[in-house]
Design a protein around this ligand. Structure first.
Ligand code: HEM
Length: 473
């Protein structure tokens, strides 16, 4: 257990010096977390600082609202997370191919050049998420490659102009800048307003214009479809998008365009960095544990074959039935849950089931207005719940293991992550395609790869660099 919890208790209160009032209760006990997120869900709200910090980027929506506004948003968004959409993994392959291109061919010794892997995954997940949302990808890998090579050919210039007509600015860069500020605002807590300025506002403006562009098309298309019933004659490009883009469905539920844009932004933010960071942690752990890397490589070879000699298609069903791959993902999310530290504010006087009394086994009182902070990171590593090897990376622990509230990388209860299946599938797909293509991994930054940093989520503190060895057969 971590020093602070060891010196206090698995649940402990921070009390005001003069009035003796409880300010906050810290806990890693599953029964308390279950009470906050599920059993007594209505007694708690997300703290106000979170929506304030995020407001210029994404306003109000499912991720930042409380009460009825949240329930309304969640209902609308949930309807779009159909299993058909989640199962459509074939759409990821184009983004994988762009990723290979961005990473470059292997050198003569069979190894790729050094890759800044979090950046690569961030671009991959942004491209996949924008396609999921708008039916058209932000193509951030392509933009980055163009910047790198400064391709000035006539074709490239024409393409870049066509792009500018569709996409107002380089969305990826603006999105990253906006989120860097958001991370700082979240860190500043009540002083969130100190992190502001022209750069931030400009990035927010660019990101909003990007979304607005697609929303305009979706609205125009929906209106034209109502009038003519002959959709195929109106904006044929969009008819193609419409088949996949979530926005073309959401447009019917949101007459207010700003509310729709906020919702779309919230989904992009919720889904982009989380999945990319989890993939990055996966590679870090595989690099640090060659025995797991080898076992996973063999399992993937057996089920799917290699890139040059595929045995079976990489489908949703095949990914789910590759047991060792699933264990690896569960274990990565246990050690590195993207939301390591979370809080809820009590809206009424209430209780948590354990943590009170001399032995901590009695209920503990929570006053209205005080905060319950739950530490998922430490709960996922608590020896009492996971055994003496709880800090070790051991996918094998998942054999026959059933979990409850001691394992909540996606939380649980009414606010459980809506993109859980989406994220698990995307992770499984990317890991599989990596190990079909590469048979070894090495890192010049190994010494520091496992240092934790917090952006809006848990990410490696320092740059993570990898080289991958291309299979010869
Ligand atoms: C490995 C990847 C992911 C992890 C670990 C993760 C984790 C989480 C967690 C812990 C929450 C609860 C946050 C809170 O209430 O404070 C959450 C909420 C949410 N997630 Fe995810 N997420 C992931 C990927 C995604 C993806 C890909 C999407 C969408 C495409 C998504 C959509 C959402 C939404 C909409 C919510 C808000 C649910 C609500 O408040 O009702 N997530 N996620």
């Amino acid at each position: 257990m971590n020093k602070v919890f060891r010196e206090n208790a698995p649940t402990y209160a921070i009390v005001e010096k003069f009035f003796g009032k409880t300010k906050a209760v810290y806990t890693i006990q599953p029964e308390n977390i279950k009470t906050v997120l599920s059993t007594n869900f209505t007694h708690f709200h997300r703290p106000r600082t979170m929506p304030n910090a995020l407001d210029p980027v994404m306003g109000q929506g499912v991720f930042t609202s409380n009460g009825e506004a949240w329930a309304h948003s969640r209902g609308l968004v949930r309807a779009q997370f159909s299993s058909k959409r989640v199962r459509n993994v074939a759409k990821l392959e184009g983004h994988v191919q762009n990723m290979w291109e961005a990473m470059g061919e292997a050198l003569q010794d069979g190894w790729t050049e050094e890759q800044e892997i979090l950046l690569i995954y961030n671009r991959f997940t942004l491209d996949a998420a924008t396609e999921f949302m708008f039916g058209t990808s932000a193509e951030s890998h392509e933009v980055a490659m163009r910047e790198k090579t400064k391709d000035r050919s006539a074709e490239s210039i024409v393409r870049s102009w066509v792009r500018k007509l569709i996409v107002p600015e380089d969305f990826g860069t603006a999105f990253d800048t906006a989120l860097d500020y958001v991370a700082l605002r979240l860190k500043l807590g009540r002083l969130w307003f100190m992190a502001d300025g022209v750069e931030f506002r400009l990035a927010c403006y660019k990101v909003r214009s990007y979304c607005d562009n697609y929303i305009r098309r979706a609205v125009a298309h929906a209106e034209a479809a109502k009038e003519t019933a002959h959709t195929a004659t109106f904006d044929p490009g969009f008819v193609e998008d419409r088949r996949f883009g979530l926005i073309s469905e959401l447009v019917h539920s949101y007459p207010d365009k700003v509310a729709l844009r906020n919702q779309v932004m919230q989904l992009l933010v919720a889904g982009r960095d989380t999945t990319a960071a989890s993939l990055c942690w996966t590679m870090i752990l595989l690099d640090a544990h060659p025995e797991v890397f080898t076992r996973l490589r063999v399992a993937i070879e057996k089920d799917f074959g290699t890139e040059a000699h595929p045995l079976a298609p990489v489908t949703f069903e095949n990914l789910k039935s590759c047991t060792y791959l699933q264990w690896v993902i569960f274990e990565v999310l246990r050690l590195y849950p993207t939301g390591p530290l979370n809080a809820r504010k009590a809206t009424i006087d209430t209780v948590l089931p354990v943590g009170g009394g001399a032995d901590g086994k009695n209920p503990i009182a929570i006053r209205a207005g005080s905060t319950v902070v739950f530490n998922t990171y430490l709960m996922h590593r608590w020896e009492e719940l996971w055994g003496p090897d709880s800090w070790e990376f051991k996918p094998e622990r998942w054999e026959d293991r059933k979990t409850g509230w001691e394992y909540i990388p996606f939380f649980g209860g009414p606010q459980t992550c809506l993109g859980q299946q989406h994220a698990l599938t995307e992770m499984a797909y990317v890991i599989t395609r990596f190990l079909q293509r590469y048979d070894n991994i090495t890192s010049s930054t190994r010494q520091t790869n496992r240092e934790n940093g917090i952006r809006t989520i848990l990410v490696p503190k320092r740059t993570v660099l990898f080289r991958f060895h291309k299979r010869t057969s």
